[in-house]
Design a protein around this ligand. Structure first.
Ligand code: C2E
Ligand code: MG
Ligand code: MG
Length: 406
């Protein structure tokens, strides 16, 4: 590692002796940009206030007040995008649970170390770290205000990108997922994690969903008229499901666009606990009766995914990318992936794996019999105009593979 690439480190441990020991060990290994905090709260404050946020946090799991598990969740809420090393005296099982949690939060976990920490193991783990670009590090750095988001909708600054969903067995392109982007006049392309939450909090999500849906349905009709028989998936926020009027909007917009409900997939994520699920339950069930396809998004990371499965007749289960990418090489991740797949089959649902990023992921899906796949290995989300060209290239690639296998 060159001088410039040395990571900034933060060590969190409630035991003063352990804290000193680890910082000393790091200094012996040549890491000098190290801060120590004796509680999760102090560490969060440091992450918030520091001009240069840490690249790697070494975190003790067992701390009074805020334990490592709560600290992890709070780190995500505070927009931490760096790496993590878990340090603990707890048993292997507990560490694995937290490892899964970190994956679900999309935190880059370098690994875990058991106390007492052997210096060689610590050095090996730090070797795994590689610098990432600042944009990736601080993805939720700037969240926009309600007025800005309201203006963006009114001024037509939102555009849909489309990411293909393909059948794993045949490679056929089955449909696309519409993913909203904000073409900001000053800041360039803004991703949804920086404005969907704001729209939800300030009563703008119904209008946002309406705009996305109208655009996606019109585009699907254009593709279908041109002979591309694609389904379209639209992301629905739980906040859209509070008024039964939503059913009429969706039915009306779909009919007006000339698209059949069977070709419309509604992807629902439960990002927070719902106090009263009666309205969402009624709305989703009625949409299903109208033959819309319902999909449970980010499965494995939601709050009550299992009770949702029991109560709502979903057609599709999307396994969160935290349980897909790299599953072939990690037993813990694979266990959750397998369980999700089995559960979906038992409920008669189609399975979609998100976050298929490389050939190994793709082959793993083939071996395990997942139905559909989505991810950067297949294609990144793209503007509508690029899709027909991409499909041609993809089909050519599929034919080549088939020839190699035959
Ligand atoms: P999602 O519905 O789970 O969509 C998948 C996200 O994963 C997209 O991020 C996509 O670009 C990204 N992705 C796809 N393949 C890969 C991969 O191989 N590796 C990795 N690391 N990421 C991959 P995006 O577009 O930033 O959207 C983030 C989330 O914002 C979406 O997650 C969805 O929950 C929400 N969202 C997007 N558009 C809308 C919308 O119109 N309405 C609502 N309510 N939410 C939306
Ligand atoms: Mg989705
Ligand atoms: Mg998802």
């Amino acid at each position: 590692m060159t001088e410039r690439q040395m990571p900034i480190l933060l060590v969190v441990d409630d035991e003063p002796f352990m804290l000193k020991l680890i910082i000393h060990m790091l200094a012996n290994l040549g890491f000098f940009q190290v801060t120590g905090c004796s509680s999760g709260q102090a560490a969060l404050e440091w992450v918030d206030q520091s001009d240069s946020p840490p690249d790697i946090i070494l975190c003790d799991l067992n701390m009074p007040e805020m334990d490592g598990i709560e600290f992890l969740r709070k780190l995500v809420e505070h927009g931490y995008g760096g790496s993590l090393i878990l340090v603990s005296g707890e048993g292997e099982r507990m560490l694995q649970t937290v490892e899964v949690l970190a994956l679900a939060h999309h935190i880059k976990l370098l690994g875990h170390l058991n106390k007492p920490v052997p210096p060689a193991a610590l050095a090996a783990m730090l070797e795994k770290w590689s610098p990432v670009s600042p944009r990736i590090r601080r993805t939720v750095e700037q969240v926009y205000g309600a007025d800005a988001v309201r203006d963006a909708i009114a001024n037509d600054e939102l555009v849909n990108y489309y990411q293909p969903k393909v059948a794993v067995a045949s490679g056929r392109v089955i449909g696309v997922e519409a993913l909203v982007r904000w073409r900001h006049p000053r800041d360039g392309m803004v991703f949804p994690d920086r404005f969907i939450g704001v729209a939800e909090e300030h009563g703008l999500i119904d209008e946002l969903t309406r705009v996305v849906m109208i655009g996606a349905l019109a585009q699907t009709k254009i593709w279908q008229d041109a002979g591309l028989m694609l389904r379209v998936a639209i992301n629905i926020s739980m906040d859209n499901l509070s008024s039964v009027e939503f059913v009429n909007h969706v039915v009306g917009q779909t009919a007006a666009a000339g698209v059949t409900p069977r070709d419309v997939v509604l992807e629902v994520t439960e990002s927070r606990l719902m106090k009263d699920i009666r309205a969402p339950l009624e709305i989703l069930t009625r949409l299903r009766m109208q033959r819309f396809r319902l999909s449970i998004d980010d499965f494995g990371t939601g709050h009550s995914s299992l009770s949702q499965l029991r109560d709502i007749p979903f057609d599709e289960l999307k396994i969160d990318r935290g349980f897909v990418h790299g599953a072939w090489a990690n037993q813990t991740v694979q266990t959750i992936y397998d369980a999700s797949l089995r559960l979906a089959r038992q409920f008669g649902m189609e399975t979609v794996a998100e976050g298929v990023e490389d050939q190994e992921d793709w082959e793993f899906l083939r071996r395990t019999g997942c139905d559909l796949a989505q991810g950067y290995f297949i294609a990144k989300p793209m503007p509508a105009a690029d899709l027909p060209g991409w499909i041609e290239v993809w089909q050519g690639r599929e034919r080549e593979w088939a020839a190699v296998v035959a």
